[in-house]
Design a protein around this ligand. Structure first.
Ligand code: ASP
Ligand code: MG
Length: 423
């Protein structure tokens, strides 16, 4: 297969006009014909769309939120284009479509499907603006609707990829275009067989980049971030962080599993299976080396810290004087699976099962509804899950100091705790 390259730019790298100019500068020196540029929504657009959707759900007026979001994008365009540029009517059009989509009935039962239809506008708008700007700068590239290529099932908000169909489409439709021009497309979004828009999970555009790379057997993927590369901890939370020059696929996958937000958890596996290197580089310092994730034989011994916020600790206590057995665990996990809720931590005692899950609209409520006849259920919200890989006691002590620790789990290589956040 021909040499191809994937570049992915997230929301932070396109948050304002200057950022888009910087993106174009990065591409100026590096853009080759056989490059797919994957972009996600600009800045915090996805969060803003979630707020709009939730207001709609509770019948609150969201018109001012739409105006703010539209003006945000128009402002970016003002910094990038002449007033007569057709992009301005393009944006008006997309916002009109968004408003129409929001006019439909949205309730608890169709929430996930409506979510994907609405949230995907962030990516559609961003990709239009960026493609137009790159073309204006002489970096000619084609705009591609990712939904024509990325085929998923209808697990809305967490859609599963149909690898076979997606690969066929990418090779049939994308590859010929790519042989002539760079192609710019959206991360995060896809489409079901019946033509419904789907999304791959929050922050899923890294995964999209990996999908394109795998289906094209690309030479590399580069994710452009606002950090120097993959660090051993989030520099916004911890001091003295260390950047990895290189990291084994397995190690990187493990960190994302615990919640390291630098790369989406699903990104690593397909790349590892095809030995496609993943570069994580800073868009603020594009010449710096960043981190290369590939097959590395040496095991990392540096402590790594990962924090997950907004965690819920739920305990299921048996009420009939029996002890916890497999059938109790099975019952709880069967419901979790139906709700597509991932367990971040599990612990059981003689009479109770405790799980830690992410906060998601309606999910806890539905879980309790299903299991309240079998268990006495208690929960605590707004907690933090901290995972330390390669821990040492002084570090652990420092991290849990002044915290209310609700649960702790220790294995040979990892320490995990659920605790109240620092106030
Ligand atoms: N825009 C989406 C999100 O913020 C996808 C992504 O950024 O990867 O979750
Ligand atoms: Mg994002």
């Amino acid at each position: 297969m021909a040499k191809t390259f994937i570049f992915k730019f997230g929301g932070a790298s396109t948050k304002d006009a200057d950022s888009v100019k910087n993106l174009s500068k990065i591409l100026h020196n590096r853009l080759r014909n056989h490059t797919v540029i994957v972009v996600s929504a600009m800045g915090k657009t996805t969060n803003a769309l979630e707020v709009i959707l939730n207001k709609k759900l509770i019948h609150e007026d969201y018109s001012s939120n739409i105006t703010i979001l539209k003006n945000y994008h128009l402002n970016i365009c003002n910094g990038l284009f002449a007033q007569s540029h057709p992009i301005f009517s393009g944006i008006e059009n997309l916002f009109l479509k968004l408003t129409r989509t929001l006019d439909r009935q949205i309730n608890k039962d169709n929430y996930d499907e409506a979510y994907d239809g609405i949230i995907s506008f962030g990516e559609l708008i961003a990709s239009r603006i960026i493609q137009e700007y790159l073309c204006d700068q002489g970096l000619f590239c084609l705009w591609q609707d990712a939904r024509e290529l990325i085929v998923t099932n209808e697990d809305f908000r967490f859609a599963k990829l149909d690898w076979e169909k997606t690969k066929q489409k990418i090779q049939k439709y994308l590859l010929p275009k790519l042989m002539q021009f760079p192609v710019l497309t959206q991360g995060f979004i896809g489409q079901s067989n019946t033509g419904k828009t789907t999304t791959l999970g929050r922050e899923g555009s890294d995964f999209s980049a990996a999908i394109f790379a795998t289906c094209l057997k690309s030479n590399s993927v580069t994710i452009w971030k606002d950090v120097a590369g993959v660090l051993n901890a989030d520099p916004k939370r911890f001091n003295n962080t260390v950047k990895f020059d290189e990291l084994d696929y397995r190690e990187a996958a493990e960190l994302t599993y615990y919640g390291a937000s630098v790369i989406h958890p699903k990104t690593i596996k397909p790349l590892a299976n095809h030995s496609i290197p993943l570069f994580v580089k800073s868009f603020l310092d594009p010449e710096a080396s960043g981190t290369k994730i590939h097959h590395v034989p040496v095991i990392n011994k540096i402590p790594c810290l990962v924090v997950k916020d907004e965690q819920i600790l739920v305990s299921f206590k048996v009420t009939d004087f029996t002890f916890i057995n497999e059938s109790h665990i099975h019952k709880v996990f069967a419901e979790l699976e139906k709700l597509k809720l991932r367990v971040n931590l599990l612990q059981n005692s003689a009479i109770s099962i405790s799980i830690v899950i992410d906060k998601e609209v309606f999910k806890l409520e539905k879980l309790i509804e299903k299991l309240q006849d079998d268990f006495e259920i208690r929960y605590n919200e707004g907690l933090q899950l901290l995972t330390i890989k390669n821990p040492h006691s002084a570090l652990v002590e420092d991290c849990i100091k002044n915290r209310n620790v609700l649960l702790e789990q220790v294995t040979r290589a990892t320490f995990q705790t659920v605790m109240t956040p620092l106030s």
